[in-house]
Write a new protein. Sequence first.
Length: 164
Amino acid sequence: MSQYSTANLILNSLKKTEEFGFLLGKLVRLGDIICLDGDLGAGKTTLTQAIARGMDVPAEPPVTSPSFAIFHEYQGRIPLYHFDLYRLHSSDEALAVGLEEYFYLSGCAVIEWSERAASILPEKRLRLELRLAETEVRDVFCQYHIQAWAARWRNLTEGLGISC
Ligand SMILES: Nc1ncnc2c1ncn2[C@@H]1O[C@H](COP(=O)(O)OP(=O)(O)OP(=O)(O)O)[C@@H](O)[C@H]1O
Ligand SMILES: [Mg+2]
């Protein structure tokens, strides 16, 4: 049996994405891995910013895409490790730059363009694939590790009044 469950979720406004990210940020724990995929402009960084707010990361400096640095760290209720793997071409390249060990630091890792390092991602992950449907509407395909996320996923979607 698969260790993952899937769900489809519609975030029909920027505000909804912000609410979802904020609640998710409230729920994260040490060791969590949140993978964000989807095209340029799909909303990965916007969602990360909302997660950061939910984690009580201070508003300054702002959470921005670490495209060039690959990795930024912010201090919230627990540390937030924000990755952007857009510039990587393969899991091998991710291994070569020693990325793997950063996934296991004691904080919550949010990884934009996680598919670039698909074969080295930790198992216990929540993966959200965002797709631009309309100007403000995002369809989100969600996959979560059941043991790590099922109970929290229920709280999250109930808290938002989203059925999926
Ligand atoms: N429902 C929504 N959810 C998320 N973003 C939205 C939504 N509606 C509109 N937007 C806008 O879409 C844009 C998303 O940009 P963002 O930088 O977050 O994308 P990204 O996926 O991180 O792109 P990149 O791959 O270039 O890093 C923002 O300008 C945001 O305000
Ligand atoms: Mg981004």
